[in-house]
Design a protein around this ligand. Structure first.
Ligand code: ADQ
Length: 751
């Protein structure tokens, strides 16, 4: 609009000025035109007067009567408003008769003057007069000549009117021309801009079906980079200004996702119903995943789809297998999926935990692949896909798929809900292509995962391994600059989303002070009050490096025998996947190793290893973290490892030392820990010594730095960043769809 005004007004003014410049020419032209008109009129009047004049002059009348009669005729004629005066000049060149209106300064022409074809224009003070002369002839004798004077003020009036109309006309033409030009320019501009936008989208959305305007191509790359930089900058700025709390997630859901439908799929349920003491109890498994995703679910009243594994799960669901949770104030629902014992054995224990788990963790445990397990894995993934479709109320929900139990699920959902935004998070590491390549169904797994809109890993290293693997085994387009893989259909963005813990840890509010925790735990373990205590908290899993940890403690006591009887290491190990041979064997080896070490250093008051193979509730685990002098995380390979982060979060006193494996994703974020290689027993033993003797100031400095990071990069940020990326992606697709509709409506025309 502003552009139009800026163009129309000056053009109209310019044409107005031109019209003014042209006006004098118009004046001249109209004057000539009217003078010619008056000449003709003069001739006509004089022809009309010839006869009555001759009659009056030749009649036998007294001079006074003659004069009176002639002047009466003249007077009658000048009634015409344009005729100003009439006079009759005799043969001697003097006025014989005249109307009183005839100005004195219009004299008769000298006798014998030649006849005039055209009149003369006299400019007087009051205006202009047209003076025409015409001879009066009677029977061949020239008796004199008539002087006919016309008032030319009407000519001036008309001329002024004409000038005015011409100016209006020019201004009007100017406005019309400007308007047409503006409309055409505007349409071309829009077309160009639409072309530009489509071009940017065409670049960013690799699969854009829109043709790209040829003339815009040279700009494509620069623009694309600019848009990406701006987006990254905005995202970083926004994120750096955000405080990540559950409310932040609710705000994202409301403002960025505008209340879109959200479904979560995980193997494990956030609430399990079990029989305990003759009653049905609800258990809430301690899991970072539930902590992060529950606020999302509460805020959007979504549906969480999971395997109903509790022995009382079937008793509490409704006819559609739904149960409202949390039990104390229902805010969302769990949809339980039932699996037979065979299916659970094949899909969960078999393919997922004997196949994929050792495949993705480089812990030198051989993966086992059985065709029957693979079949169950496919069947169960298919059943979850059908459940997602059945549960979704809209054609384009956001589906958050959790972990390696569902590698095939994203593609299966994509086939049924092509408009869904599918975010898959892979909680375990992704190995290099050679390691992954041993899987007989490697291509099917990759194809399944590439049904995701966004695929997340904990570290960039895992993302890069995934890119390399796809590059090696699929005919896909891998763009590491835009972190995108295109493999038929929608492209998949691959990003790093390091998982974390809630901040502050909710369970800490109910915890006694750190000195009280130290005292209580030492008493419960029967240790001297001043005994040094190390802690390890893990699922009993061969990837966690529990035996390597024990070996380090043993080596330390071997090297530093003065510590025997003064140091205990308590290992809290939750039984896990105990129906799998490998885990049973690990359980036996862990027990035997602990026994052997204790026997070797035999110090009953303060045994080197205290083994607690049982599940503890979260509060109890935090008490151990607070009671310990150091926490030992020695994973042989770990996606992230939340124990390391929980230990740091639990230490409000800013004391305690974290020993952290370089092969855990957490090591990338917590370099202030003592970073160790669990395969290097000597180094680990030295690290134990360093932890026991680290000055309090150094402990505090390291802790403070790690706690600062965890506060900022907490689990709400992990979930929020994925949701923000989903919102950005959905918004971009909406815009792209809008512009495609527009193109279709205009018959696909482009500027
Ligand atoms: P996990 O392999 O289970 O998770 P981890 O990240 O350490 O490993 O989480 C374990 C959780 O279980 C912690 O919250 C811990 O407190 C709790 N826990 C451990 N032993 C316990 C016990 N004996 N009693 C009670 N609670 C116990 C997978 C990946 C990790 C990744 C997470 C999250 O293997 O690398 O960090 O998912 O993505």
């Amino acid at each position: 609009m502003r552009l139009s005004l800026r163009f129309i007004v000056p053009l109209t003014l310019a044409l107005g000025v031109i019209a003014y410049a042209v006006a004098p020419l118009v004046d001249d032209f109209t004057l000539k035109w009217f003078v010619r008109d008056l000449d003709i009129r003069t001739k006509l009047i004089s022809a009309t007067l010839q006869e009555p004049l001759a009659d009056a002059m030749t009649a036998d009348l007294s001079p006074q009567v003659r004069q009176q009669r002639i002047e009466t005729v003249f007077g009658r004629i000048i009634q015409d408003e344009r005729l100003f005066a009439i006079g009759f000049c005799d043969a001697g060149g003097k006025y014989a008769y005249r109307t009183v209106t005839l100005p004195r300064n219009i004299a008769c022409r000298p006798p014998g003057s030649p006849a005039e074809d055209a009149g003369r224009v006299h400019h007087l003070a009051g205006g202009s007069l047209h003076v025409g002369t015409h001879p009066v002839v009677f029977e061949g004798t020239r008796m004199g000549e008539l002087v006919i004077v016309h008032d030319m003020s009407f000519v001036e009036r008309r001329s002024a009117d004409t000038k005015k109309y011409i100016v209006y006309l020019f201004a009007g033409i100017g406005a019309v021309i400007a308007l047409i030009t503006v409309v055409i320019a505007e349409l071309s501009w829009r077309g160009w801009v639409a072309g530009m936008k489509a071009l940017i989208r065409g670049q960013l959305l690799a699969q854009s079906p829109e043709p790209r305007a040829k003339e815009l191509r040279p700009l494509a790359r620069d623009l694309e980079e600019l848009v990406r930089d701006l987006e990254t900058e905005r995202r970083m700025r926004d994120e750096s200004q955000m405080t990540w709390v559950p409310e932040t997630l609710r705000t994202i859901l409301r403002d960025d996702l505008k209340g879109d439908e959200i479904l979560i799929v995980s193997n494990r349920e956030p609430y399990i119903h079990v029989h305990q003491g003759g009653r049905v109890e609800v258990l809430r498994p301690a899991s970072g995943l539930v902590t992060a995703l529950e606020p999302v679910m509460r805020a959007c009243s979504g549906t969480w789809i999971a395997h109903g594994a509790g022995d009382a799960d079937r008793e509490v669901v409704d006819a559609n297998d739904h149960v409202q949770v949390p039990p104390e104030s229902p805010a969302y629902q769990i949809r339980r999926v039932w699996l037979s014992k065979e299916e659970e054995a094949g899909y969960y224990y078999g393919f997922a935990n004997e196949g994929l788990w050792p495949l993705c963790h480089i812990a030198h445990t051989r993966p086992v692949f059985r065709a029957a397990d693979w079949e169950h894995y496919r069947t169960v993934n298919r059943r979850f896909a059908e459940t997602v479709v059945a549960e979704s109320r809209t054609p384009n929900p956001i589906v958050l798929v959790q972990d390696y139990h569902f590698a095939l699920l994203p593609r299966m959902i994509r086939e049924r809900l092509p408009q869904a935004t599918i975010i898959t998070f892979w909680h375990i590491p992704w190995p290099n292509p050679e390691a992954f390549g041993v899987c007989p169904w490697r291509a099917e797994l990759l194809e399944g995962m590439l049904g995701s809109s966004i695929l997340g890993f904990h570290t960039q290293f895992h993302c890069n391994n995934f890119f390399d693997t796809v590059d090696r085994y699929l005919e896909a387009r891998v763009d590491r600059e835009t972190f995108t893989i295109s493999y038929g259909g929608e492209p998949t963005e691959v990003h790093r989303y390091p998982i974390s813990i809630e901040w502050p840890l909710q369970g800490l509010a109910a915890q006694p002070s750190v000195p009280d925790c130290r005292k209580a735990i030492r008493e419960q373990l029967g240790l001297p009050p001043d005994a040094k205590l190390g802690v390890g908290v893990d699922r009993l899993d061969y990837t966690k490096g529990i035996l390597e940890r024990f070996a380090a403690i043993e080596r330390f006591l071997e090297l530093e025998p003065a510590w025997v009887g003064k140091l205990s290491f308590v290992q809290i190990a939750a039984p896990s996947r105990s129906s799998i041979d490998e885990y049973q064997s690990l359980d036996a080896r862990v027990r035997a190793t602990a026994q052997r070490i204790n026997d070797r250093f035999g110090a009953p008051a303060c045994p080197p290893i205290i083994l607690k193979i049982e599940h503890h509730d979260a509060g109890r685990v935090y008490t151990y973290y607070r009671a310990a002098d150091f926490c030992f995380v020695s994973s042989l390979h770990d996606g992230m490892n939340l124990v390391a982060k929980e230990f740091v979060a639990a230490r409000e006193d800013e004391r305690g030392v974290l020993l952290l494996s370089q092969f855990a994703g957490a090591a990338r974020e917590l370099p202030e820990a003592l970073i160790i290689n669990p395969y290097d027993t000597e180094q680990c033993a030295a690290a134990v010594g360093e932890a026991l003797t680290m000055p309090p100031d150094e402990q505090r400095a390291r802790m403070r730095s790690m706690r600062g990071l965890l506060q900022e990069f907490n689990v709400y940020r992990w979930a929020g960043r994925m949701l923000l990326d989903a919102a950005r992606m959905r918004n971009r697709r909406r815009l792209a769809a809008g512009s495609r509709l527009q193109l279709a409506a205009t018959g696909g025309r482009r500027a």
